[in-house]
Design a protein around this ligand. Structure first.
Ligand code: HC1
Length: 574
């Protein structure tokens, strides 16, 4: 450890800490803007400056390591004035329509301006840049008039997702974050993952908001409006209402949806169970009949688009299963519509997802089992939170209610889909029991749990070794696929999720500010909510879901049947 002084008080801090980290241990939150731990460590914005005795100028605390005997001052007039000036300069070229901004109330810039008493927004009023809003991609809107050029978005796009479709163009006053050759985002190979939105400190990046369309459907007396909620939504929606990260709010979420006016409140987890039956069947079929291996999961639409763009030679490895979101819509508009005696054209299927790429997925080809789109509107967790606020529902005091039957019933295997490794674990529970014909003693495949970017394991069943791997975050997917292609790795089954940590960390989840992200393992906390729900579930294997059994008995026949293929499987673009 090292001995240092902060604001005249002595502290012992670990060697290798930055000043920012050392101050955190001393209960001092130094403000940051551009800094994102391990993603954007560029020390550029100068909000986190502090005085260090003996240094010639103020230093950026996010990057500056502590040294033994260092004396640091975080709150001198010089420091506070410098931070305020930086903010005034940012505001001099910032669209200050805070009243109507989607981030009002959780904008990091707004909070800093309040905290640092920036009381004259026009201090450096003068020339302004003006940008056209880019709404060309299916999932998001980019408004550079609100961009502060912190570069968090481009760092996450390039380093975490290994895509890099956005970056700084031009220089000086007109520096702006945009695509190569000023192309629209919709023209690039952006995969719609929304990780850039999740890290944006302001309202410059936001999902395309479809809340008005949902309200309009709810108000239409001729429509049956059904909703499905993704596994990971329940683990994060509470954050939008101030609950601690990792609080499972499934019961309140269901109640809120019912009171918003949805005719049926269903659970995507049901379709996650259905996916497992189809995908486990596909895996065993490929293993036993010399099919293309490794089989790779297909639930994450950001990953699918990435594969189509960057690994077109591996398209045949993708599972032909539609994602649970799409299977859900397909079953609702065929099986359920027939059961209820309603016309699929009169159903509006809304999905609530932690994901922005799901907005893209609903418009893909070959996703219309009943001749109409399987899913009509996909909204994010954040949009649902806004709907709840708009109608004045007091979320925190709502009672807990349960999902509707029959598509609200699910198992613990379905809920863990929302965390990296969860689809693999759920599939193994079913595949191993199917292969051996025996009941598994231990349902926890702990080797594939956890937030590491790449995980590997080998399981022995019915005399054969099953090699599996799990990757989350697209740069990890790239590493794994390169190993597969070079012959360095040999797997039967791979799970890939586009977002690092899986859907719990999706681009549509409530945004946590960098002050939280830099010091909290958000993914692990949200994932724990799902694993706890699984552990507490009466049924933990997809093939034991009684309503899935009923669906096969009454309608689909067997997993992999002709009808199942017609309704639940899809194709990809090479
Ligand atoms: Fe996901 Fe999935 S787990 S993709 O991460 O397979 O979005 O939560 O809904 O479709 O079930 C997302 C989550 C989600 C699908 C399921």
């Amino acid at each position: 450890t090292l001995n240092i002084k902060i604001n005249g008080m002595s502290y012992e801090v670990p060697k290798g800490s930055t000043i920012l980290e050392a101050a955190k241990q001393a209960h001092i939150d130094i403000p940051t803007l551009c800094y994102l731990k391990e993603i954007n460590e560029i020390g550029a914005c100068r909000i986190c400056v502090v005085e260090v005795k003996g240094a010639r100028s103020l230093v950026a605390s996010c990057m500056h390591p502590v040294a033994d005997g260092m004396e640091i001052y975080t709150n001198t007039p010089k420091v506070l004035t410098s931070r305020k000036k930086t903010l005034e300069l940012i505001l001099s070229d910032h669209d200050r329509k805070c009243l109507s901004c989607v981030r009002s109330g959780n904008c990091e810039l707004q909070k800093l301006c309040n905290d640092l008493k920036v009381d004259n927004e026009l201090f450096y009023e003068g020339e302004r840049t003006h940008y056209t809003v880019d709404d060309t991609s299916p999932h998001m809107v980019r408004d550079n008039n609100k961009c502060i050029i912190c570069r968090r978005c481009s760092a996450v796009c390039e380093k975490v997702q290994s895509i890099g479709v956005i970056g700084a163009n031009d220089r000086g006053f007109i520096t702006n974050i945009s695509c190569a050759f000023d192309m629209d985002l919709g023209e690039t190979s952006c995969v719609s993952c929304g990780q850039c939105i999740a890290v944006c400190p302001t309202g410059a990046l936001a999902e395309k908001d479809y809340t008005e369309e949902v309200f309009a459907a709810l108000a239409d007396p001729d429509k049956y409006v059904f909703v499905q909620t993704a596994p990971a939504v329940r683990a994060a929606l509470g954050e939008a209402f101030g609950l601690p990260i990792g609080t499972n709010v499934e019961g309140k979420m269901v109640t809120a949806l019912r009171r918003l006016g949805f005719d049926k409140v269903f659970d995507t987890n049901f379709a996650a169970d259905l996916t497992i039956l189809e995908e486990a069947h596909e895996l065993l079929d490929r293993v036993q009949n010399n099919g293309v291996l490794p089989l790779i999961t297909s639930c994450s639409p950001g990953w699918i688009k990435y594969c189509e763009h960057y690994y077109p030679d591996m398209i045949d490895n993708l599972s032909s299963c539609k994602s649970p979101q799409q299977m859900f819509g397909a079953i609702t508009k065929t099986y359920l519509a027939e059961k209820l005696g309603i016309n699929p054209e009169d159903i509006v299927m809304v999905s609530v997802m932690p994901c922005t790429a799901k907005k893209f997925e609903i418009g893909r080809e070959n996703q219309n089992a009943a001749g109409v789109p399987d899913v009509d509107i996909s909204i994010t967790t954040r949009e649902l939170a806004r709907m709840i606020e708009r109608v004045g529902l007091n979320f925190l005091s709502l009672p807990d209610e349960g999902f509707d039957d029959p598509l609200g019933r699910s198992t613990g295997a379905g809920v863990i889909f929302g965390a990296t490794g969860g689809v693999m674990e759920a599939a193994l529970r079913t595949a191993v029991e199917t292969l051996t014909g025996e009941e598994l003693k231990n349902l926890d495949f702990t080797e594939v749990r956890g937030t590491q970017g790449i995980k590997e394991a080998t399981y022995r069943a019915a005399g054969m070794d099953i090699n599996v791997a799990v990757a989350s975050g697209l740069s990890n997917a790239r590493k794994l696929l390169d190993d597969v292609k070079s012959g360095k790795a040999n797997y039967h089954f791979i799970e890939i999720m586009g977002c690092p940590g899986g859907c719990v960390n999706g681009g549509g989840q409530p945004q946590q500010p960098a002050s939280v992200r830099n010091f909290t393992d958000i993914r692990t906390l949200r994932a724990k909510a799902l694993y706890d729900q699984d552990a507490a579930s009466e049924l933990r294997k997809s093939h034991e879901n009684p309503n899935i059994k009923m669906l096969y008995d009454e309608y689909l026949g067997k997993p992999g049947s002709h009808k199942a293929h017609d309704l639940l499987h899809t194709t990809y673009v090479k």
